[in-house]
Design a binder for this molecule. Structure first.
Ligand SMILES: NC(=O)c1ccc[n+]([C@@H]2O[C@H](COP(=O)([O-])OP(=O)(O)OC[C@H]3O[C@@H](n4cnc5c(N)ncnc54)[C@H](O)[C@@H]3O)[C@@H](O)[C@H]2O)c1
Ligand SMILES: O=C(O)C(=O)C[C@]1(C(=O)O)C=C[C@@H](O)C=C1
Length: 373
């Protein structure tokens, strides 16, 4: 990597995770950071992640080869004006915002096209802050890179413009999978696979909140189905308000189609159209099952399956003992949080195909019920 000093404006979940991953893989890179909560910056320095704490937006920034904007999307765009006087010759700005058109429009307005390449790591969490960041959060996740003009994802790395290559390089260093995309296309795609799901999760939670009994029975008995589909309803309101306000048209378009599809479901339910409802679940199951859990897919296969167990003390150790007796090593074992297959599903991961198959065969003899995850 040619960029040896990297500045971060905002060092929360995403900024902190990128800084940690860079430090882990390229410890010689000098990291400078600014955020509003001074105590967290001091923590990051004590952790050895940040080398220099920036007191604000000022002269020190002119030491940076690359500047990451990692605050909520509208603030990222506002920071462009503030940091611009301190850009040294050749310095590049990038961001990690969940929407791209608004910041690219601001870049064009300020004539900064030669100084900016956008970015968006496709991983995250409902949790915020440096304290929840990790050096592996973005590993194996797609990292969308949006050039100001002429995005061409079909070009190999060597043929991409130099500024684009600089961001692709950082994405690779942190263990992510870079993908070049036009920023407008980016916003249409994420409206469907990220923004709409967040709106659905939050409106569903609010619907249940408003429909619950005085005794709160719905809240009390809410189980896997509700919890799985609503985890992201706990996300930051400040961040999501800004995401929605900077992607209104693509969100409105997909939301309209979603409402139409819900109306169709309503008609099918009211009309007792069992075939239509069956088809709904069948089609969604097939498509959902075709989505690989890991972005790398076949390059990094997961050797794992789940086992139905009675939820009682000792069930994990019984399985461990059975497998250990056959010399089969377990890479990981734990309760399957997805709970798609019942409360007592244990997920077991193995180091290779052979161990997984041997374990399957052996547990089958003990009449365990197993299924692929
Ligand atoms: N959370 C996710 O799942 C996720 C995933 C990919 C991209 N993103 C994008 O990454 C960016 C950061 O999100 P995050 O999840 O790290 O949020 P976060 O709340 O964990 O971190 C935001 C950081 O910005 C700082 N900040 C906020 N307002 C500021 C301001 N006005 N001036 C200076 N610093 C300020 C906060 O102190 C914090 O350090 C957002 O643009 C978001 O759209 C988020
Ligand atoms: O896993 C989560 O909690 C996320 O919401 C991550 C998620 C998403 O998948 O929608 C959220 C926002 C980002 O811009 C990218 C990823």
């Amino acid at each position: 990597m040619t960029d040896s000093t990297i500045g971060f404006i905002g060092l929360g979940l995403i900024g902190g995770s990128i800084a940690r991953a860079i430090k882990r893989r390229q410890p010689q890179v000098r990291i400078m950071a600014y955020m509003r909560t001074r105590a967290r910056l001091e923590q990051a320095k004590a952790d050895g992640i940040v080398d220099v704490i920036l007191e604000g937006i000022g002269d020190q920034l002119s030491q940076c080869d690359l500047i990451f904007l990692c605050t909520p999307v509208e603030y990222n765009a506002q920071y462009l004006t503030a940091i611009r006087p301190y850009l040294k010759e050749g310095a590049l700005i990038t961001d990690v915002g969940s929407t791209k058109t608004s910041i690219h429009e601001e870049i064009a307005r300020q004539g900064l096209e030669d100084r900016f390449v956008g970015g968006h790591p496709m991983a995250g969490s409902e949790k915020t802050g440096y304290e929840n960041s990790s050096d592996h959060l973005l590993e194996n996740a797609y990292y969308i890179v949006t050039p100001p003009v002429g995005a061409d994802g079909s070009l190999p790395f060597e043929e991409q413009p130099e500024n684009v290559r600089r961001i692709l390089t950082v994405a690779r260093i942190i263990g992510a999978i870079p993908m070049v995309l036009d920023y407008r296309e980016h916003d249409r795609v994420v409206a469907a696979i990220s923004h709409l799901p967040h709106l659905i999760a939050s409106s569903l939670v609010n619907l249940v909140r408003d429909s619950d009994t005085a005794a709160g029975t719905m809240k009390r008995v809410a189980a896997g189905g509700f919890k799985d589909i609503t985890r992201i309803a706990s996300s930051s309101p400040e961040m999501w308000e800004q995401i929605c306000m900077t992607n209104t048209l693509p969100i409105a378009e997909v939301l309209e189609r979603y409402i139409a599809s819900l109306n169709q479901v309503l008609d099918q339910i009211r009309g007792r159209d069992n075939e239509g409802i069956y088809k709904l679940f069948e089609t969604s199951r097939d498509y959902r099952n075709s989505i690989t859990e890991r972005a790398r897919g076949p390059l990094e296969p997961a050797y794992e399956f789940s086992v139905d167990v009675v939820d009682e003390v000792g069930s994990i150790s019984t399985i461990s003992v059975i497998l250990a007796a056959k010399g089969i090593s377990i890479k990981n074992i734990g309760i399957n949080n997805n709970r798609e297959h019942g409360e007592g599903a244990l997920k077991i991961a193995f180091y290779d195909q052979e161990s997984m198959e041997a374990a399957w065969k052996h547990l089958d003899k003990y009449k365990y019920e197993m299924f692929r995850v």
